[in-house]
Design a protein around this ligand. Sequence first.
Ligand code: FMN
Ligand code: MN
Length: 450
Amino acid sequence: MIDDLRSQLQAVEDWGEVLHVRREVNPRFELPAICKKLEADKALLFEKVKRYSLPVLVGLDNSRSRIARVLGTDDWGLTPRYLEAILSPLPPTVVQDGPVKEVRITKNIDLAELLPVITHYEKDGGPFITAGVVIAEDPGRRIRNLSYHRLQVMNKDEIGLFLQPRHLWNLYSAKEKEGKPLEVAVAIGLDASIRLAGATSGSLIPLGFDELSIAGALRHKTVEIVRGETVEVMAPAKAEIVIEGEILPHLRRTQGPLANFTGTYGDTWEGPVLKVKAITHRKDAIYQDLLPFTPEHHLLLAIPYEPVVYQAVKSYVPGTKAVHVTPSGSGKFHAVVCIRKDHEEDGKKAILAGLNSCRDIKLVTVVDEDVDPFNLREVEWAVATRFQVDRDLVVISGAIGNELDPSCSQSGLTAKMGMDATRPLGPRERFEKVRIPGLENIKIQGYIEP
Ligand SMILES: Cc1cc2nc3c(=O)[nH]c(=O)nc-3n(C[C@H](O)[C@H](O)[C@H](O)COP(=O)(O)O)c2cc1C
Ligand SMILES: [Mn+2]
């Protein structure tokens, strides 16, 4: 049963998908350089990081099909599972104690001494905690919220945050107006269900929707939560590390830049500051890191998007089979929609519904059900052999885009495009995919030596 980082790591290890780096590495540039060089869809466990005793795990969730496997489903089942988790959430359960409390530090906190926080890219403003899920509560309104934020270690006990005007920002500004700090817990070292839940947002998940209940439903097991030592905020009892503290009112400091999901540097920003009051962790804690602009980053953005696109397209085209928001499209911009075509216009309808479903989606490629939308080689094959640009292309100008997309206009406008790579209805022999009889039944282990 996978219900924390360790049980997931063990499963991934059993599947032969963890690479161990035993040689000592520098947390500044060397560790991320090794991740980039390998570009593997395996997790990387750095066992010895210079000056630190904690190992660093990167890329635990860098494969869509492995995330699906961790959640007990497959590529095709992941989006429906996600939608079901949003529609039938499973709330967390309060426990009195948990492994994350094995070590409790409330005095002389020194973040840089304790945690192997990584400096990833050349022009990054410093070391950033990139895999921390920020949890905040408003007990009066019975609200709990989870979200990811870039967390810059500024000094011994201060962390800078980048807050876009979403839920955490909303909770923080309400407190700030009263001149009070906002208490938070930052959880690091989590299984895929909580990580995905932390990255989920949008109209289906309004402020007050506890994302931990999405995590519980995703993994079919409630998340156990435990109260903070110094803050009235609950955090996963089986996290590896929890940082407790308060975001101070009326204080902004220059932070950044940090390589963002588009693979470009943003500007510096004036962000609020989290004053750390305590750190609790497991005895032999594993520090989890996310290298920005990698499949892991893009999958955490893409997978929570898919149910939104799927629902929108399905309402226009009932034969919609699957939606894949691709990691290589920066995890937000490109979607592949797989449909069973019942009417000639279904391809174009799927394009319009998909482009309209999310502000960020700017390319929708529609394929038939004989094409695997999760295999981008097959998708390109469909475009090469079923798509004619003067007949099957849709272009929309002047739509609202994502301000972080460097190709958007200064005023944030973007063009959008759809490619209908489905076959016409009627005789389809010309388009039939070649196949070798018996291929599905071949067990390769019997033919080649390991
Ligand atoms: C790795 C990662 C880093 C992110 N960094 C930030 C960030 O620095 N600031 C921010 O406002 N959102 C960031 N996001 C996006 C939000 O965490 C995400 O949209 C979240 O679901 C928002 O939750 P909310 O709807 O409860 O506000 C990041 C997402 C991921 C996956
Ligand atoms: Mn939220």
